[in-house]
Design a protein around this ligand. Structure first.
Ligand SMILES: [Zn+2]
Length: 385
């Protein structure tokens, strides 16, 4: 089924399909929400339905096979324009009539590559150096498209990706287009930065807020689409904050290095050697940023969660760190009575401390001490004050 190309987003799909099925497609939709959750993917799929020559299910599902569907998916349909930020050309003035005109051959090749990657994977974040603005010339092209009286029947569709990147001039030009709706024309704007959109543009679009993807949606998609193994897929889904493209990015980074560091820190914390701990914390926190540290702590919390799940259920099925099952088992044998829930809470407090800009080495020192204390305190014995 063609809508399956868009992960999750059941609410948004329902709204869009209802509009397509009833023939009450608005003049302009605005899809909002964080990066990598499928706003562009949804816009492209919606365009496919409108360009499909034989849509299914009362005109709400693209067939996926016809010329309209395949050219739209490839971002090469003459009636579907995909607009995104471009670098500005050498000595380009704002009147330049084609957005690509003054760019170098190398830049044009790079842009074509990026469009091809977007067509192959609508979750790809287009990345072009110096491309920080949607150009006024791109918006002029849109206006020309729409102003042109189509000789053939069918929808004309404009997708403006990350529409907040329109500069003032482009946004004002676009506003005119929004104010003068043309029949059988659909404008779809997507943005991960709604605050930067002009209120006048917001008020003329029908907004659909997109949801964060669930961990399961991300894990399943990584396994099915990228051929990722279940363990790393499950791990990055927990670090990706609901974004599929962030999960893909994390996978291409040094996930195993990060996991190794987590286990190493935890082991050192339990060795009860202040000197070794100091050296370990220096090593871990020397050159990495807060986001990296936060991910490391999240992985530690996940590992402890696995310990707890294993202890409570004895089952391996629900464990995320599946490849570390032996370590998890032996931890549970050796520290059968440790309050793992409180250890997880301690890690979560450390995450909060990192977020509120606490000194990172200090956060790790305090955390290591607390973890050690939880592991070695004897149950049932009154603590000596
Ligand atoms: Zn079709």
């Amino acid at each position: 089924m063609s809508w399956d190309s868009v992960l999750g987003q059941r609410r948004a799909k329902r709204l869009i399909r209802a509009a397509l099925g009833s023939g009450r497609v608005p003049h302009a939709w605005l899809f909002t929400g964080p990066e990598g959750i499928g706003k562009d993917a949804m816009a492209i799929e919606t365009a496919k339905v409108l360009r499909c020559v034989a849509p299914l299910e009362n005109g709400t599902v693209a067939c996926g096979l016809c010329h309209g569907c395949t050219t739209t998916a490839a971002l090469q349909n003459a009636n579907v324009r995909f607009v995104f930020a471009l670098p500005s050309g050498k000595s380009e003035d704002s009147r330049g009539d084609s957005p690509m005109m003054k760019l170098s051959d190398a830049e044009i090749t790079l842009i074509q590559e990026q469009v091809a990657m977007k067509a192959a994977d609508p979750y790809h974040n287009i990345s072009i150096p110096r491309a920080n603005q949607i150009k006024i010339s791109s918006i002029r092209e849109v206006k020309r498209d729409i102003g042109f009286v189509a000789t053939e029947s069918g929808w004309r569709i404009v997708i403006v990706s990350e529409a907040h990147q329109m500069g003032d001039e482009a946004a004002n030009a676009f506003l005119k287009t929004l104010e003068e709706p043309s029949p059988r024309t659909l404008l779809m704007l997507t943005t991960s930065n709604r605050e930067r959109m002009l209120p006048t543009i917001l008020s003329r679009c029908q907004e659909i807020r997109f949801d964060l993807l669930t961990d399961d949606e991300i894990t399943d998609a990584l396994v099915a689409r990228q051929g990722t193994e279940r363990t790393p897929a499950g791990l990055v889904s927990k670090l990706a904050e609901g974004s599929f493209s962030r999960a893909v990015e994390l996978l291409s980074g040094d996930l195993n290095g990060l996991r190794f560091d987590v286990v190493s820190f935890f082991r050192t914390a339990l060795r009860r050697s202040p000197v070794a701990l100091h050296a370990e914390i220096e090593r871990l926190t020397a050159s990495v940023d807060r986001v990296h540290i936060e991910r490391m702590l999240t992985l530690l919390a996940l590992w402890l969660r696995d310990v707890l799940v294993h202890r409570l259920t004895g089952s391996e099925a629900m464990i995320v760190n599946h490849d570390q099952i032996k370590d998890i088992q032996s931890f549970n044998t050796r520290f059968a009575h440790t309050p793992v829930d409180r250890m997880i809470a301690a890690v979560e407090q450390a995450v909060q401390a990192v977020r509120s800009n606490a000194q990172i080495p200090l956060v790790f020192t305090v955390l290591a001490m607390r973890l050690e204390e939880f592991c070695y305190q004897t149950p049932g014995l009154a603590r000596v004050a």
